[in-house]
Design a protein around this ligand. Structure first.
Ligand SMILES: NC(=O)c1ccc[n+]([C@@H]2O[C@H](COP(=O)([O-])OP(=O)(O)OC[C@H]3O[C@@H](n4cnc5c(N)ncnc54)[C@H](O)[C@@H]3O)[C@@H](O)[C@H]2O)c1
Length: 255
């Protein structure tokens, strides 16, 4: 994968899948703006690690549930690295409430962080790509739950389902501008978002028994697919979803 000379923004980029995506894009030669809202020391360590390996990265503190936060990231990319080529909408949260338990504040929060951020991240990045005239790619980290119900996590599923149609509609609208929009949809990945399951041996075992490849993914396994989608090797791919789920959506044993 060659991303030399490219400039990327990764939202929620200092932990879990986002952190692995930052590492993967930087290792392929991209300069990366690492968005974060918590643990600035983790961002500083990541910037240091990338610089020590000869790469370029910059931390930017921005809440992507606001358009102002998204604009701050794009301005940082242009100011520090001169352009924007890759925008990864990765930030996400979940509240684990079913429909009958769902409250208005939790719903608004999940939709703002997961879906509103992706809609306006895609819009602002696409406008930048159109203004630059050189194309670009938006990658939305959705989930198998863009398509697969998860009872007890309704707002999360609604947000990821929204990302599914965001990518299809925006991909069609932006194709004539040479701008690609692609979802990368992970299955179960060991990260802070699902620490409770990952730290409980019996829950993790039950989950792994239900995955045809019999293992939860490492974040790097998702990041390698993101780097491929971001690269010219995937230049005919748009308005679609790449599932990276160990086969879980096809119904492994135990489901
Ligand atoms: N871990 C999994 O099993 C899994 C599976 C499918 C999809 N995903 C998706 O992957 C993405 C990354 O999640 P993860 O598993 O790495 O968990 P994570 O909790 O490590 O990452 C989420 C990141 O989003 C950031 N964030 C939260 N609110 C934000 C805001 N307002 N502005 C900017 N950043 C914000 C967090 O600080 C964190 O860095 C999410 O969109 C998640 O839905 C995860």
């Amino acid at each position: 994968m060659d991303l030399a000379g490219k400039v990327a923004v990764v939202t929620g980029g200092n932990s879990g899948i986002g952190e692995a995506i930052v590492r993967g894009l930087a290792a392929a030669g991209a300069s990366v703006v690492i968005d974060y809202v918590a643990r600035p020391e983790d961002t500083a360590d990541l910037v240091k690690e990338i610089s020590a390996a000869g790469g370029k990265a910059l931390g930017a503190d921005a809440d992507v549930s606001t358009i102002a936060g998204i604009d701050k990231l794009i301005s940082a990319a242009k100011k520090e690295f001169g352009q924007l080529d890759i925008f990864v909408n990765n930030a996400g949260i979940e509240t684990r409430q079913g429909l009958l338990d769902l409250d208005e504040d939790s719903f608004d929060k999940v939709i703002s962080v997961n879906l509103k951020s992706a809609v306006f991240g895609t819009q602002r990045a696409a406008q930048t790509f159109v203004d630059q005239g050189s194309g670009g790619v938006v990658i939305n980290v959705s989930s198998v739950h863009e398509d697969w119900p998860m009872p007890g996590n309704l707002a999360y599923c609604v947000s990821k389902g929204g990302m599914r149609m965001l990518t299809r509609t925006a991909g069609v609208e932006l194709g004539p501008h040479g701008v690609r929009v692609v979802n990368v949809a992970p299955g179960a990945v060991a990260t802070p978002i699902n620490a409770k399951t990952m730290q409980d041996d019996s829950l993790r075992e039950k989950l792994e028994d239900s995955i045809p490849l019999r293992k939860v993914a490492d974040p790097a396994e998702i990041a390698r697919v993101v780097a491929f989608v971001a690269s010219g090797d995937a230049d005919y791919m748009t308005a679609t979803t790449v599932f990276v789920d160990g086969g879980i959506m096809q119904g492994g044993p135990g489901l």
